[in-house]
Ligand binder design. Structure first.
Ligand code: 13P
Length: 247
């Protein structure tokens, strides 16, 4: 496969510091020259300090960033703090943050702006709920999420931007969305983006939602897919490595 690809581990609230360190030791023992895919590990904030430029084949992402710049925000982490620990990427707008932590489109657009204007690169998550899908609202939801996330960005500079389509109804279920639904919605997302002037930004589309070593190859073969945002299957070295080798 010659297309650019991203194999991204979203560990969510899994793995303490020692477990994260052990995982990195183990994956660094694997042959990371067998694929051109970019491995991006997104651990918890405390384990993000394990990120270093020594892991040449692995880059690191944060699972979140503050939407504000004021220092008076107890418990928050700024763009500058992430930049100081060899973090290159930030997941923004994951459905768990939108739904459990009440993150709004407004918060997400502020985070996108801050990250766009920094050295970091965004991994924007979008996707509809089961109810929205059943009410034929998928297109509306995706248009709104994309337009509002990009609303504060002026696209004046080059940047890699990853958009992960994660249908909420497929996350953590063990059953990925049907291949034709993924294909249809990736094409829809491509169409929405093509109507926005993103200048020289490289926008790559990912799929997330019960990706594993058995379904990765088929999904990756879809024309608009450049990789995966992986939850459960990213927690074991062997399953993440297997997906990485296939893309
Ligand atoms: P699962 O791969 O466990 O379904 O999680 C997907 C996800 O939420 C990645 O961000």
């Amino acid at each position: 496969m010659n297309k650019q690809s991203f194999c991204i581990a979203n560990w969510k609230m899994n793995k303490d510091y020692n477990e994260s360190k052990e995982f990195l030791n183990q994956i660094n023992k694997k042959d990371l020259s067998v694929s051109n895919s970019n491995i991006i590990i997104c651990p918890s904030f405390i384990s993000l300090s394990l990120a270093s430029n020594k892991n040449r084949n692995i880059s690191f992402g944060s699972q979140n960033v503050s939407s504000g710049t004021s220092k008076s925000q107890t418990g928050e982490i700024s763009v500058e703090m992430l930049e100081s620990v060899f973090c290159d990427w930030v997941i923004i707008g994951h459905s768990e943050r939108r739904n459990i932590l009440n993150e709004t489109n407004e918060d997400i657009s502020k985070k996108m702006e801050l990250v766009y204007n920094s050295k970091l690169k965004p991994i924007l998550c979008i996707g509809e709920s089961l109810e929205e899908k059943n009410n034929n609202q998928t297109e509306n939801v995706l248009v709104n999420q994309i337009k509002s996330s990009f609303s504060r960005i002026d696209f004046s500079k080059d940047k890699d931007i990853l958009i992960a389509y994660e249908p909420i109804w497929a996350i953590g279920t063990g059953i990925a969305a049907e291949i034709n639904i993924i294909d249809e919605n990736m094409k829809l997302i491509k169409k929405i983006i093509n109507n926005i002037s993103t200048n020289n930004c490289n926008i790559y589309l990912l799929y997330g939602g019960s990706v594993n070593e058995y379904n990765a190859s088929e999904i990756f073969n879809l024309s608009e897919i450049n990789g995966f945002l992986i939850g459960g299957a990213s927690l074991e070295v062997d399953s993440l490595y297997s997906i990485y080798k296939q893309i």
